[in-house]
Design a protein around this ligand. Structure first.
Ligand SMILES: Cc1ncc(C[n+]2csc(CCOP(=O)(O)OP(=O)(O)O)c2C)c(N)n1
Ligand SMILES: [Mg+2]
Length: 803
């Protein structure tokens, strides 16, 4: 374990030291004022970087253009030191300012001190990532930043080792970029931390993680968090040895300005040059204001600890060091401190005004509309009066938009529709609400999906082409030959997962391709679904085109937290300024047994809005989706049907070229009596039932929706029920799962209810997980007979004299 032995190569100039001191003071003042803003009710919640200032100033000195950060909510000083954050933005984040121009890091969508730097232009094109300091976008779940950090670092390895990538000069300078991470001591208790450290050691990637060890995770001290109370102690087994590469571990102290500068200089140089992962365990870190504005640390820190924190406050310590070394006088430092305090105060004032002004302008416009119109026609009770509501609104000292909207909507109930135009308040209010709702919706609802021309929804479809000579082959071969074309066409395409490399996947859909394209493009990974996903997110953020393989849909659950919290929200939480076009390839539906046959589709679609979900019924359709997705810039999941790898399909002549549009169902079988809506493996089961029903004079229209998200963009299902007037929603998910979702889409959103002559129905798997063996499957999931009987009963109920 390295102590900071090597003296710094950088000769520190007085002006730099004083600038650092000033920045630390500025950051501290922001934290102090920020807390006060929350406690006085101006901001909702605050979490700050006090106590971590000096570490981050040292860290920032090693961060170069092209490097990446994946950190957490303590990093305000680091971000400011890199010029990526400033006091005004600090307050914009704190108040939740939704103006993307002035609050680009979060646009009011996430807690304060969650940072990000765009990786695309507003038109969706990629920025030159080598010319800027990059930060992935922070998330609140502890250690959630770790798996993504692995991917950011892994990208450097690929950019360095794969010479074909050297042409992408705006993405990487031959992989010389370090991925910097930060994490709190308590968060190292999470599985994500350990999985990431192990994977980084295995992969040997330039990942530099700093642990800010302030001894607590909110109120819980280290003795409950970490074996032996020291993360560096217990990581010793990961340490690099001669001919056994692992992780390099460094230790420093959170108040030791000079020591930290040297420490990071040495550690990052090794990381950058050798592509060895490094961990900096920074001990003796303080937290002067406690964890967050949700509580006070006097509740759980004893007198002795509080006294120690005061004594070892990093800014105080830095001051002492400056004075002892004779670098500056007490007066000089005092001047800097008061300047910093003034700057922070000014930023607060300005930030508050910038937050409040547009709301007040909106309020004034509303009040003017109310005052200018005389209609008070249906007003009855005093407390309900238009005047009362308006006066109450005017009295709110620090209004938020909600105040304006509540007032407008309540008044709307109290005015009539019949006053003459000049008096008519109703119409005016409705107009105001419509305009301002649109604006609020733009602030809060936009950018769940890519809205630029690079959206995958804009990719033009290409039909598969068949000729007399098109051969019939097992489904897996369609995928394999398709991948062969894709890996040739897209140099940035990589895929990785369990058994993906050497044997080409458990279902051989990549058979022989590692040999052809090399290990840097098609590779095995450890059994570590969360970091497979993170590896993909990090690569995607850096402009690569990853396909992360999750062996079975059932095991996507290990990665679901990140899929939901990180990938699905990336575009939304950065207000459209970052994309992570990761494709997740997995397989599900019909196999046998509790953990190999799942179709937990509702769990998936309801937790990953922001990620498209494709559920192809066969491998031709799956290939068509991959081909489309690689032409756009959105994250998506493709669930291949598990029983389809050996089933025969006709190989399209334009393999690798044909593309399937997302959100466009296919009428698989035409019919007139009843519509069945389903997807994935169930399409074939339903087709069998439809054939049998035809023998009983029942004509069923079978629709394969193909993608669950987006859902039937052109309302094809509505067209079908206009004709059949009856509908059955069918799948292998639990009762009330994805069939309920589909039912809502069709009956409520598409207003399909009005065309129904029979009650709508769902047919699903059982509530329990599907059991083992063919019989287990038969009695757990809808069979052709179940479908037959359900539809027959619906028809009998509708036309009893016929059936
Ligand atoms: C998965 C998850 N569990 C719990 C929380 C609530 N939480 C927020 S911060 C925190 C403590 C983190 O402590 P540490 O990692 O030491 O960082 P520090 O705040 O001390 O810098 C907890 C439990 C969370 N955000 N995410
Ligand atoms: Mg801590």
């Amino acid at each position: 374990m390295k102590q900071n032995k090597n003296p710094s190569k950088t000769i520190m100039k007085k002006e730099d030291i004083l600038a650092d001191y000033r920045l630390a003071s500025l950051s501290r003042n922001l934290s102090i004022i920020g807390r006060r803003e929350v406690l006085t009710g101006k901001a909702k919640f605050g979490i700050f970087g006090d106590g971590k200032e000096i570490i981050q100033i040292a860290l920032a000195k090693q961060f170069r253009n092209g490097d990446w950060r994946s950190g957490y909510y303590r990093d305000q000083t680091w971000m400011m030191a890199m010029g990526l954050y400033n006091p005004l933005e600090f307050f914009h984040q704190l108040y939740g300012n939704t103006d993307r121009e002035i609050n680009p890091g979060s646009a009011g969508r996430v807690f304060n001190n969650h940072f990000s730097v765009p990786n695309i232009n507003p038109d969706g094109s990629w920025l030159d990532l080598t010319k800027q300091k990059n930060s992935s976008s922070d998330i609140s779940p502890t250690a959630g930043q770790m798996p993504r950090l692995l991917g950011l670092a892994y990208a450097s390895k690929l950019f360095r080792q794969n010479k074909d990538l050297h042409q992408f000069k705006t993405l990487s300078l031959k992989g010389n970029e370090v991925a910097f991470g930060s994490i709190g001591d308590a968060s190292t208790s999470e599985g994500h931390f350990w999985e990431t450290m192990n994977a980084a050691g295995v992969l040997q990637v330039p990942m530099a993680i700093s642990v800010y060890d302030d001894g607590y995770g909110i109120s819980v001290p280290k003795k409950y968090q970490t074996t032996k109370g020291s993360i560096s102690e217990i990581l010793k087994g990961f340490e690099s040895e001669k001919d056994k590469p692992g992780i390099r571990i460094f230790k420093g102290k959170g108040w030791d300005y000079q020591g930290l500068i040297e420490l990071y200089e040495n550690g990052i140089a090794i990381c950058r040059e050798e592509h060895t992962p490094v961990l900096f365990h920074i001990e003796e870190v303080t937290q002067p204001q406690g964890h967050s504005t949700s509580g006070s640390h006097e509740r759980y820190k004893n007198e002795e600890r509080l006294k120690w924190e005061e004594e070892f406050d990093p800014i105080k310590k830095m001051k002492e060091w400056i004075l002892e070394s004779g670098i500056a006088t007490a007066e000089e430092l005092e001047k800097l401190s008061s300047e910093a305090e003034e700057e922070a105060k000014d930023a607060r004032k300005k930030g508050w005004e910038m937050f409040q002004n547009p709301i007040k302008v909106e309020r004034d416009a509303l009040v003017k509309i109310i005052n200018d119109r005389s209609c008070r026609c249906t007003e009855e009770a005093r407390e309900d009066s238009v005047e009362n509501y308006t006066e109450d609104l005017k009295k709110v000292l620090s209004p938020i938009r909600k105040d304006n909207f509540v007032t407008a909507r309540k008044i709307l109930r109290n005015v009539c529709s019949s006053c003459l135009k000049s008096d008519n308040l109703k119409e005016e209010l409705q107009g105001w609400l419509k305009r301002n709702y649109k604006d609020a919706s733009d602030s809060y609802d936009s950018f769940l999906y890519n809205e630029t021309s690079t959206s995958v929804l804009n990719v033009k479809p290409v039909a598969p082409v068949y000729s007399a000579n098109s051969p019939e082959v097992p489904g897996r071969q369609i995928l394999r030959d398709n991948y062969d074309k894709l890996f040739t066409k897209y140099p940035k395409l990589v895929t990785f997962g369990e058994d993906t490399g050497g044997i080409g996947g458990v279902n051989q859909s990549l058979e022989g391709l590692q040999k052809k394209f090399g290990e840097l493009r098609i590779t095995d990974t450890g059994i570590r679904e969360a970091t497979i996903l993170g590896q993909g997110i990090g690569l995607a953020l850096r402009g690569m085109r990853p396909i992360a393989e999750i062996q079975y849909l059932d095991y996507l659950m290990y990665a679901l937290q990140l899929l939901s919290d990180d990938l699905a929200t990336t575009h939304y939480r950065t207000a459209g300024s970052m994309v992570a076009p990761l494709i997740i390839s997995t397989r599900g539906h019909r196999l046998e047994g509790i953990w190999h046959s799942g179709s937990p589709m509702s769990m998936l679609i309801n937790s990953v809005r922001g990620v498209y979900v494709c559920a192809p019924r066969d491998m031709t359709r799956a290939a068509g989706f991959y081909n489309t997705l690689l032409e756009g810039n959105d994250p998506a999941i493709v669930i291949e049907p598990l029983n389809g790898y050996r089933l025969k399909e006709i190989m399209p002549d334009n393999i690798g070229e044909f593309r399937l549009q997302l959100g466009i169902p296919e009428v698989f079988i035409q019919g007139t009596d009843l519509t069945v809506v389903t997807y994935g493996s169930t399409v074939k089961v339903a087709a069998e039932a439809v054939k049998q029903l035809a023998l009983h004079d029942i004509s069923v229209e079978l629709i394969d929706i193909q993608t669950l998200v987006p859902f039937d963009k052109n309302r094809m299902i509505l067209e079908s029920i206009r004709k059949t007037n009856r509908i059955l929603f069918l799948d292998e998910d639990v009762p009330g799962g994805t069939t309920a979702y589909m039912m809502q889409e069709v009956l409520e959103k598409q207003s399909g209810w009005q065309y129904l002559d029979s009650p709508p129905k769902t047919l699903t798997g059982k509530e329990h997980r599907p059991a083992y063996t063919t019989d287990g499957d038969y009695f757990s999931k809808p069979s052709a007979e179940d479908i037959f009987d359900t539809i027959y009963a619906m028809m009998k109920e509708a036309v009893p004299e016929k059936y």
